[in-house]
Design a protein around this ligand. Structure first.
Ligand code: ADP
Ligand code: MG
Length: 379
């Protein structure tokens, strides 16, 4: 990647880059809607991501280009304005520049910047966190700073929440920052605290992106959030992580049926994340896979954030040899399903699934095969 990135930078700016960095995309492995309830989540950094190259400029100009966009965006010294229209991708690195001083770090003044990626953008794999973390690394290095991983993660999240204006949780940046090949990232979302757990090298990921999105997804998300908070309040706690299933059962008569089902899903999902950690420690992929599928069933019937398309994919996948388990990944109400498989599940099997899906729904899902990959790093 180093040579390719250098070549691209030379072609764009006619000189060599000084600093290179990369950061991966991620999969939500298990832990569905646990984050804002203060619970745990497991994510996987994948072997695809965003790479950034940078060289300083003495004149204070900041120039940005990406292989996914036309042309170069030039910002005059002191121009802090958010970019609109086709230039709005620059808000990701620009948001990072804004966030650096918030965390007590210097930001570079003038530079030429180039981003390239082998991660589909907008596919739920968090190319946004990847570009934020790779940008944070090159900017910090250019300014002579060496932030901790925790700080990099916070900078990325701050940029996305406050500058770009997307209210994402900690999973995206946490996994892109702390990912490691052959490991999963465990996040205790309340801290937040980060750890990694080993994942057998035999585990493969297949992601089937339906490109469907429920028309009311934002409203439904807010409704689920509200139901979880209502359950916590009725149980006398701040967040659902502070209670347990026994307390929920005791309070069931005074809860609306839907609120009870949402809280049950979240509490059981928290337990599944813990169980998955234990099964991973035993290298028991079959047990981990059963937890993934159980997570999906709970989404389907309890949290009711699945769709016919996602259910179809999970139902088809779990009957295939080589599939340990499958579940919707991300917020739900459309989007993607991920399956964890052995090496014996391959493209031929994935195509069978896509074809069956196409027959039923009239379009084929995008298929992506990934392994775990390393977290954000300077190259
Ligand atoms: P996701 O994070 O799931 O990929 P988002 O909508 O959160 O989807 O982020 C995608 C956005 O991130 C893109 O629309 C673009 O603005 C920005 N982005 C990601 N990768 C790149 C890249 N390599 N070059 C330019 N912009 C990028
Ligand atoms: Mg994103």
């Amino acid at each position: 990647m180093k040579a390719q990135l250098t070549k691209m930078f030379l072609a764009a700016y006619g000189r060599a880059p000084e600093i290179l960095a990369g950061a991966p995309g991620r999969i939500e492995f298990i832990g569905n809607h646990t984050d804002y309830n203060g619970g745990p989540v497991l994510g996987a950094a994948i072997d695809r991501g965003v790479w950034v190259a940078l060289a300083g400029r003495a004149d204070g100009q900041r120039r940005f280009t990406s292989d996914q966009r036309d042309g170069i965006v030039t910002l005059a010294p002191g121009d802090q304005a958010k970019r609109e229209g086709s230039e709005n991708w620059v808000n990701y690195p620009l948001g990072v520049l804004h966030a650096l001083p918030v965390f007590g770090l210097r930001a570079p003044s003038g530079f030429d910047y180039l981003a390239t990626s082998n991660l589909p953008a907008g596919a739920g794999l968090s190319s946004s966190a990847a570009i934020e973390l790779a940008s944070a690394l090159v900017f910090a290095e250019a300014a002579g700073e060496r932030p901790l991983r925790e700080t990099l993660v916070k900078i990325g999240k701050h940029a996305e929440n406050n500058f770009v204006g997307v209210p994402c949780g900690i999973l995206d940046q946490g996994v892109s920052g702390f990912g490691e090949k052959n490991r999963l990232v465990f996040i205790d979302c309340r801290g937040p605290q980060f750890a990694t757990v080993p994942l057998s090298t035999g585990a493969h990921f297949w992601i089937f992106n339906t490109h469907t999105k429920h028309a009311l997804v934002d409203g439904l998300y807010a409704e689920r959030h509200g139901e979880c908070m209502a359950a916590a309040k009725a149980l006398g706690v701040e967040l659902l992580v502070d209670t347990n299933l026994a307390a929920l059962e005791a309070a069931k008569p005074k809860l609306k049926p839907a609120v009870y089902r949402r809280a049950k899903h979240v509490l059981e999902e928290m337990a599944r994340v813990e169980a998955a950690q234990n099964a991973l420690a035993q290298d028991d992929l079959a047990a981990v896979g059963r937890l993934l599928t159980a997570s999906h069933r709970s989404s389907q019937h309890g949290f009711e954030n699945s769709t016919d398309e996602l259910d179809f994919l999970v139902d088809a996948l779990v009957t295939m040899p080589g599939v340990f388990g499958a579940r919707l990944t991300g917020g739900g109400f459309g989007g993607a399903v991920m399956a964890m498989t052995g090496a014996d599940f391959g493209d031929a099997q994935a195509q069978i699934i896509a074809e069956a899906y196409g027959k039923k729904f009239g379009t084929r899902p995008d298929i992506l095969h990934a392994l775990t990959g390393d977290g954000a790093r300077l190259l």
